[in-house]
Ligand binder design. Structure first.
Ligand code: ZN
Length: 257
């Protein structure tokens, strides 16, 4: 049993074969997937999917790319979605200084506001951080999430990972840990404590080896587990079980569903 804790299977690339994608996933032991929102419409789609399929859970939130233009009305609608029973996290939220699609001051403001909202409704947060390590760190220190959080597709150094682990965060690994140039990520995976890591695909992006470059789907999270098992020198099943258990802990699923 594996939980793909971060995917976007509401993406139109799955329109034609959604049924096959989810059947493949279930027959390969992927028992749960969290579909993650990045703006209001995708958050609504995530909730709809979670309502329609017992193995799909939802996260809702505004990605830093889409921070510009967010209004109080957007937040009011997200707050309503957050109350749906299968919404397990607020995300993905954070900062992206690589593509800078929204002005940085607005990214920061929307990130902080959403941490506060997550605290208000009792949800952990899912953080997207690209090339913004210092500012993300400052923000989560100044505005700590009360219900914990996950750094999705963790790509930082082990130095930063240590700080985040001390702050109580979980680190989630995705396809890039299987790539040949993944020296930093492999180092982090080597040292991350067994009770603090998760796995994800970020489907349809970040396809792991050996399918890198093609469309990703939740089934391929097995490649991430396989790589982590190799790095940690543990059996595949043990890593799968640990990440499932960790996901249950951070998402508080025993109380919610
Ligand atoms: Zn994502």
């Amino acid at each position: 049993m594996i939980w793909d804790t971060h995917a976007h299977i509401d993406d139109p690339v799955y329109t034609e074969d959604f049924q096959e994608v989810t059947e493949r996933m279930k027959s390969s032991g992927i028992s749960r997937v969290t579909n993650v929102g990045y703006d209001l419409p995708s958050s609504e789609r995530s909730v709809k999917l979670a309502q329609g399929y017992d193995f799909i859970y939802a996260a809702i939130g505004i990605h830093p790319h889409n921070a510009e233009g967010v209004t109080d009305e957007t937040f009011a609608k997200l707050l309503l979605l957050a109350k749906e029973p299968k919404v397990l996290a607020w995300g993905e939220i954070g900062l992206d200084y690589y593509r800078d699609l929204s002005p940085r001051p607005i990214q920061k403001e929307i990130f902080i506001q959403q941490i506060k909202l997550a605290n208000e409704v009792g949800l952990p947060i899912i953080i997207h951080n690209r090339d913004a390590h210092q500012d993300v760190l400052e923000i989560v220190k100044a505005h700590p999430p009360k219900y914990g959080g996950v750094f999705h597709c963790y790509s930082g150094s082990w130095e930063m990972a240590k700080v985040l682990l001390n702050l109580g965060f979980y680190l989630s690994f995705a396809g890039p840990v299987t790539y040949k140039n993944a020296r930093h990520t492999v180092e982090v995976a080597t040292h991350v404590p067994l009770d603090r890591y998760l796995v994800e695909t970020d489907s349809p992006y970040l396809t792991p080896e050996p399918r890198r470059g093609k469309r990703n789907e939740p089934t391929y999270v097995r490649e991430v587990v396989k790589k982590l098992a190799e790095i940690k020198n543990l059996p595949f099943e043990e890593v799968a079980l640990q990440t499932m258990h960790n996901a249950e802990t951070v998402f508080g699923i025993s109380q919610k569903v």
